[in-house]
Design a protein around this ligand. Structure first.
Ligand code: NAD
Ligand code: LMR
Length: 338
């Protein structure tokens, strides 16, 4: 006898029909790299998101186990697993949102750019799949170096004729959650009450917290500004060193990715006033990509906000950030163009 759970009747169709009748909004979300450190926790959090009706978990290893595990959670989303390149197209077909944490993480002593050689090729392959199977999906790119992988994705989509700059977003939310946490500590406030815009990019000096624009309005001494800026810029390295060779931020990153994905889904649903920082195609500076606050809507990043007034410390930081960002963006673009 075949155990019932190995040969289940097709309840899934009935569940999806039910949901359609109830008119409940349900989005189809794929996580590429779902068996990794970020991917597993992110899968858990997305399975808990009531806006998700279908969750596809894709990886080149271990996705069947992660899928079986997550699928026993009694939340709405239907979970399906996909293993290896031959199943990439099935994983992507029909998706509304694709979240990509696939790729290798840093070890102590490495920069994010040291990951370029391996992760650039992974991101290219996955984005070719997106262009072919769900060209209208919103893409949340987490794989490092984000300052280069987003330009890589853009070039892949341009080549395929599917590029929509509003639908490609590099995830910098972790910089914002760190900034809110560290600023909250200094001010003695619950980080939930704190809003720090973090602009530029996602590596070292390209991470530029705008402490002069913190909400609620407050002021910092030069020492506090220096301490907070450095701590936010080096937040990733702090975790890499503490993990001592076992990888980089996974749990806080999964939290940040889930928060950002939820914001994208609320935007797609038509909620008003959904604003997050993200690394996107931009005209805010002379660079083709830049992280700043964006308004998320049905079309993706519908509006990219200007930086607002900067103080002298931030203006100097912005110049440093732009110099490094320009090189990282060019490197990503060249990877596909040349
Ligand atoms: P990990 O090694 O734990 O997991 C990565 C997963 O990707 C693995 O399961 C691996 O099998 C999978 N993978 C590798 N090649 C793949 C392919 N071709 N297709 C699908 N899956 C593939 O790493 P992690 O800690 O989860 O980090 C993943 C990436 O996220 C790293 O590049 C890391 O630097 C980056 N990251 C970014 C941020 C950010 O703020 N944007 C924060 C933390 C980590
Ligand atoms: C982070 O900011 O934690 C990530 O970009 C991972 C890393 O390598 O620091």
């Amino acid at each position: 006898r075949i155990a019932a759970h190995l040969n289940p009747p097709n309840f899934e169709l009935r569940r999806e029909e039910c949901r359609a009748k109830g008119g409940a909004p349900g989005f189809k979300v794929a996580i590429l790299g779902a068996a990794g450190g970020i991917g597993q926790s992110l899968a858990l959090l997305m399975k808990m998101n009531p806006l998700v009706s279908v969750l596809h978990l894709y990886d080149v290893v271990n996705s069947p186990g992660v899928t079986a595990d997550i699928s026993h959670m009694d939340t709405t989303a239907v979970v399906r697993g996909f293993l290896g390149q031959p199943q990439l197209e099935a994983a992507l077909t029909g998706m509304d949102l694709v979240v990509i944490p696939a790729g290798v993480p840093r070890k102590p002593g490495m920069t994010r750019d040291d990951l370029f050689n391996i992760n650039a090729g992974i991101v290219r392959t996955l984005c070719e799949g997106v262009a072919k199977c769900c060209p209208n999906a919103v893409v949340n790119l987490i794989s490092n170096p984000v300052n280069s992988t987003v330009p890589i994705a853009a070039e892949v989509f341009k080549k395929a004729g599917t590029y929509n700059p509003k639908r490609l977003l590099g995830v910098t939310t972790l910089d914002v959650t760190r900034a809110n946490t560290f600023v909250g500590e200094v001010l003695g406030l619950d980080p939930k009450m704190v809003d720090v815009p973090v602009v530029g990019g996602h590596a070292g000096v390209t991470i530029l917290p705008l402490l002069s624009q913190v909400k609620p309005p407050c002021s910092f001494t030069p020492e506090e500004t220096e301490y907070l800026t450095k701590r936010i810029q080096d937040g990733g390295t702090e975790v890499v060193q503490a993990k001592a060779g076992a990888g980089s931020a996974t749990l806080s990153m999964a939290y940040a990715a889930a928060k950002f994905a939820d914001a994208c889904l609320r935007g797609l649903k038509g909620d008003a006033g959904v604003v997050e920082c993200a690394f996107v195609a931009s005209e805010v500076t002379e660079l083709p990509f830049f992280a700043s606050k964006v308004r998320l809507g049905r079309a993706g990043a519908e509006e990219v906000y200007q930086l607002g007034p900067l103080n002298e410390y931030e203006r100097i930081g912005l110049e440093k950030a732009k110099k490094e960002l320009a090189e990282s963006i060019q490197k990503g673009t060249n990877f596909i163009k040349k």
